[in-house]
Write a protein that binds this ligand. Structure first.
Ligand code: PLP
Length: 392
């Protein structure tokens, strides 16, 4: 099929919910994606932070293929050794003690929300169910995670949403104004990804942790985008030197297969009892085999050190470009503000020139595979530099 035929079939058969770039990606290797016409692109997006090890990493493909040829699925009515191995690995690497597996970031957050509400209902009664999230946050597309998302634009036309959420600014005065007797949790992204790659202030996060401790309010860190090595720590909460009560993970954890994980400490480990939650595919053995292959690489301190070094190199080169106003983010979760021209237009021009980049609000956003080489970083940034020069 030609690209035009693919585009037409997409229009015919797919709900048109995505503003797609004009290309169909059909294969990939390392940090290079290849479209249906054989054109190659350096990929600074990794499928929005999913392909942690790049395209078709041999360690990952072999683990997934081997598991697919052994046992592709069992229901959660039976014990699942791959799921247990993955949970044990996650707990050992993070200090948490229990995990629930779903299939996406939104589902991981749904579990976190249910867990926080049930913890509070069991201990204090049902009326203590409110959750504070932050303005400009993004937590998913289900009706409840949309309600958790602190951006009105996402809510319009989908009301009524799940009740019980309020939105604070990223300062303690605002959190305290929102908090009341009926508050059971505060949910944050340590770096607001979709909101423009905006890291939260360290002092604010520390104070928030203390405030939550004082009131037995659970602190939930949505690490769907910032987790699994993306920021140079296995989870971004480690960069902030705090321990959330609940962490959600997805995207990069599966390395290209759908997974969501909700992690909690010992205190909350027994809250979700039999029948309180579930998922047909959650913790599927093939997906878990892929995630184990990812953690086998990303869970090493030497690998995380490399992510930090590559992130610093990327940041330095990007910041030195004439058309860039500022760069922010951590590790290889980076955003850049252009001095002139729109990020969307720049992303389109980059694609036409063989480079895939993301945008978030007015920012260019970069989530390259964690295994990207310095050579690919240089080659991609050279394309970006050429594109933004055209705006001057
Ligand atoms: N939470 C955050 C911080 C995200 O960035 C996203 C997706 O971009 C989600 C939740 C939703 O994840 P998913 O699309 O896997 O449901």
């Amino acid at each position: 099929m030609t690209f035009e035929e693919i585009q037409e079939q997409d229009r015919n058969y797919i709900m048109q919910t995505y503003g797609r770039f004009p290309m169909a990606l059909v294969s990939g290797h390392g940090a290079t994606a290849v479209d249906c016409e054989g054109k190659e692109y350096i990929d600074f997006t990794s499928g929005i932070g999913v392909n942690s090890l790049g395209y078709c990493d041999e360690r990952w493909t072999q683990a997934v293929a081997k598991q697919a040829a052994t046992l592709q699925h069992t229901s959660n009515l039976y014990y699942n050794p791959m799921q247990i191995r993955l949970a044990e690995t996650l707990c050992t690497l993070t200090g948490f003690s229990k995990v629930f597996f779903g299939n996406s970031g939104a589902e991981a957050n749904e579990c976190a929300i249910k867990l926080a509400r049930k913890y509070s209902a069991d201990k204090y009664g049902k009326s203590r169910h409110k959750i504070i999230t932050l303005k400009n946050s993004f937590h998913g597309r289900t009706v409840t995670t949309l309600a958790a998302t602190g951006q009105d634009a996402f809510h319009e036309k989908f009301t009524p949403l799940t009740k019980g959420f309020s939105y604070a600014l990223t300062n303690m005065d605002s959190v305290k104004e929102n908090a009341a007797e009926d508050t059971c949790a505060v949910m944050i992204e340590l770096i607001q990804g979709e909101g423009g790659v905006l890291p939260l202030d360290h002092g604010f996060v520390k104070e928030l942790r203390t405030f939550c401790n004082e009131h037995d309010i659970l602190l939930i860190a949505d690490e769907v985008q910032s987790g699994v090595g993306r920021t140079g720590a296995l989870y971004c909460f480690q960069n902030y030197d705090i321990m959330p009560d609940i962490v959600t993970s997805a995207k990069g954890l599966g390395g290209g297969l759908p997974i969501g994980a909700c992690l909690c400490g010992e205190r909350l480990g027994g809250v979700m009892d039999a029948g309180s939650h579930g998922s047909t595919f959650g913790g599927n053995p093939v997906v878990c085999a892929g995630a184990l292959a990812v953690l086998d690489v990303v869970g090493n301190e030497s690998f995380l050190q490399e992510v930090r070094e590559k992130g610093a190199y990327f940041t330095e080169k990007l910041s030195a470009m004439e058309g860039i106003e500022f760069v922010r983010g951590m590790g290889m979760m980076l955003g850049a503000k252009l001095k002139k021209g729109s990020a969307k237009e720049a992303a389109q021009k980059c694609a036409a020139n063989g480079l895939l980049v993301l945008t978030a609000k007015e920012m260019l956003r970069f989530l390259p595979p964690l295994t990207i080489t310095y050579g690919d970083i240089d080659a991609g940034l050279a394309i970006l530099e050429k594109v933004i020069k055209e705006f001057h």
